[in-house]
Design a protein around this ligand. Structure first.
Ligand code: TUI
Length: 312
């Protein structure tokens, strides 16, 4: 079966065309190295973490993957983005993905350093700009994704981005099994980015309460908060996220109050499993996820399923 060979496997030197989402506060060296060692591309999340912590994460990952490729996701709204943009060069990180902004100003330095650059984009316009700026590929991320999201769906966005650019496109948002991978390839994508499925893997170091929320979630259990601030974010429905979303909608929570209420809420979810004040980011596909297993098993199972479907 040769369906899993694409320009993305070639570009990145990986076995399966799957990259792990660069989930802020979540994606650290244990998860990133498990995904890379299973034949995908593991990512360390920059989020808004301190630079010394990230340097250590990069070194720990490098030590665990025996020369195999891995990446760092740079969240461009972070106050540390500029410093991290330099750190990935200094530490010889092979791949960078970016989110929550336009990485144009860093592109020349990254290319000069030989880094493969893959911006995450929520629109055709940004995909075209990134191609012109020298991106090696783009992740077209639909609104089904967890965390900070754009408006368009994976089903609509991916084929439009595929038509608009020559560089390979990676589909993201709502992909958690072989059916999602096969569908993405049918839409013209040459790889997938998967986040939520990896929340429920053994190597993911989030609080057990977070994993339990993902495994127990049903199809209607995600909610978007932050629309009033211009930074919409998809979360697991909890009392806290429902209160935020309804307060924003009826005006009883102002954008300033929203920012105050959610300050530190990602950490509270990931590290403390705090259901009262934590933001448990996750994608709309969480309802499909039923179990926690090793990253390697997830990757091998989803590609076996995708290849069987594509062979039919
Ligand atoms: O970045 C993500 N997902 C994230 S980042 C994050 S941490 C965070 N916390 C609170 C508020 C905001 C972020 C949690 N999840 N996905 C990639 C992504 N990028 N989604 C949307 C975008 C995006 C949006 C606008 C990319 C570019 C863009 O460009 C605007 C411009 O400057 O043209």
């Amino acid at each position: 079966m040769t369906t899993t060979k694409t320009r993305i496997t070639e570009l990145l030197g990986i076995k399966y065309p799957i990259i792990q989402g660069g989930m802020a506060w979540i994606a650290e060296h244990t998860l990133a190295s498990a995904v890379t060692n299973a034949g995908g591309l593991g990512l360390i999340a920059g989020g808004s973490a301190p630079i010394d912590y990230l340097r250590e994460q990069i070194r720990l990952t490098k030590a665990a993957v025996d020369g195999k490729p891995f990446g760092v996701n740079i969240m461009l709204m972070s106050p540390n983005a500029e410093e991290l943009a330099q750190l990935v060069i200094d530490e010889g990180v092979p791949v960078v993905t970016t989110g929550a902004g336009n990485p144009g100003k860093y592109m020349a330095a990254w290319k000069e350093a030989g880094i493969k650059v893959i911006p995450v984009v929520p629109s055709v316009g940004l995909a075209k700009r990134m191609e012109r700026a020298g991106a090696d590929a783009v992740v077209a991320e639909g609104t089904e994704s967890g965390g900070h999201i754009g408006e368009n769906t994976t089903m609509c966005l991916v084929p439009q981005v595929v038509d608009a650019v020559e560089i390979p496109v990676i589909a993201a948002g709502g992909i958690a099994d072989g059916r999602g991978i096969a569908a993405s390839l049918m839409l013209g994508a040459e790889g997938v980015q998967v986040g939520t499925r990896f929340l429920a893997c053994e190597e993911c170091q989030i609080h057990p309460t977070y994993k339990e929320l993902v495994v127990k979630a049903k199809d209607t259990d995600s909610v978007v908060t932050g629309r009033s601030t211009g930074h919409p974010c998809r979360n697991v429905k909890t009392k806290f996220s429902k209160k935020l979303a309804s307060g924003e909608m009826n005006g009883s929570i102002t954008p300033d109050e929203f920012e105050e209420l959610t300050l530190g809420s990602l950490r509270k979810a990931v590290q403390d499993g705090n259901l009262e004040e934590g933001s448990f980011l996750c994608g709309a596909i969480a309802g499909m996820i039923e179990d926690v297993k090793p990253a390697k098993d997830i990757i091998e199972e989803v590609f076996a399923q995708a290849e069987e479907l594509l062979g039919k």
